[in-house]
Design a binder for this molecule. Structure first.
Ligand code: G3P
Ligand code: CA
Length: 311
């Protein structure tokens, strides 16, 4: 059976990878883009993640009052949005679902980052806008892989249908099914089960909150395996029994959010199949990969997972 080359800096891996996954790469998922270096969920952060060799660029979805999917982590605007000269009072505070797209498009989502992280501040970040998912698809088309989260879907009815409609419009449905060009993630089993019912070919990832543990997640894996191809636990919940239990069910493991090199190495040695990171360049350095390998990586991962399911 072919083996992966030893990982640079790790002296090889003793991890418990899933049967048949030896040739699949450990996937590098740019968490909110390269959000350690640039304001999260902006085109600047996504461009940088792509440039740094991330296999996937993550989007968290919120739905505006007028039904537009936008890429923003929080349900409210308060943490990352600042008003501009175009904003009316209240446009850039409060829940996204109470604002129209026109309102939130007046907000600056770059300046907060410059204030919070002066070591990475850039004038180019001032005035950046919240991207719609359609703008993201329109910019990158099939040049990146997308890792999209339905965020608080119970508060955003219709988010799943709109996501699938946009994927269809941009020709991403088939590449998602065939080579994991899009992975859809959620903490909500109901949201993922809804998507699975709408299109069982789409690859889904069940997230588990940080309050869970390996012991509380393991009994739920049989259910997850009925609709998902993988799980996303908090990095602190990953141990060898969880890795083995997931792999026994052909579920890939992509923990979040892993920013330190030593943690990356530890998780790789436990046998994870990828991880979310704010610093994709650090993970690239750990993996010793070529920076342009993203599309191939996802494709290999999808094939290894399919082979596991067929065996
Ligand atoms: O989606 C994986 C990870 O991003 C979950 O945490 O809160 O950053 O969306 P959060
Ligand atoms: Ca997320």
């Amino acid at each position: 059976m072919p083996r992966r080359a030893p990982l640079r800096g790790l002296g090889g891996r003793s991890g418990a990878r899933r049967e048949g996954a030896e040739d699949a790469p450990v996937l590098n998922i740019g968490h909110r883009g390269a959000s350690g270096y640039a304001p999260e969920h902006t085109i600047a952060a996504y461009d940088l993640a792509k440039k740094m060799g991330a296999d996937y660029v993550e989007q968290d979805l919120q739905l505006t009052r007028d039904g537009v999917l936008v890429s923003l982590h929080d349900e409210t605007l308060d943490r990352t949005a600042r008003p501009t000269a175009e904003s009316a009072p209240g446009d850039c505070t409060g829940p996204v679902r109470e604002k129209t797209l026109a309102q939130i498009k007046t907000c600056d989502v770059g300046s907060w980052f410059n204030e919070a992280y002066p070591q990475y501040a850039s004038e180019e970040y001032v005035g950046l806008r919240i991207p719609t998912l359609e703008e993201v698809f329109g910019r990158y088309r099939k040049s990146v892989n997308y890792y999209i989260e339905t965020k608080s879907p119970e508060a955003a009815p219709g988010v799943e249908e709109e996501l699938l409609r946009l994927m269809d419009e941009y020709g991403l449905t088939r590449p998602a099914a065939e080579k994991w060009q899009v992975l859809i993630q959620s903490f909500s089993p109901a949201s993922l089960q809804k998507i699975h019912a709408l299109d069982p070919s789409l690859p889904l990832i069940q997230l588990y909150a940080g309050a869970e543990t390996s012991q509380t997640i393991q009994p739920r894996l049989d259910l997850a395996a009925t609709y998902a191809v993988g799980i996303g636990p908090s990095k602190n919940d990953v141990d060898r029994p969880l890795v083995e239990a997931a792999h026994a069910r052909c579920l890939d493991l992509h923990p979040y959010t892993v920013n330190e090199t030593a943690e990356m190495e530890g998780l790789i040695n436990l046998g994870v199949d990828g991880m979310f990171t704010n610093f994709p360049d650090r993970l690239e350095a750990v993996l010793g990969k070529d920076a342009a390998a993203g599309k191939t990586g996802a494709s290999l991962a999808s094939r290894a997972n399919a082979a596991c399911r067929e065996s």
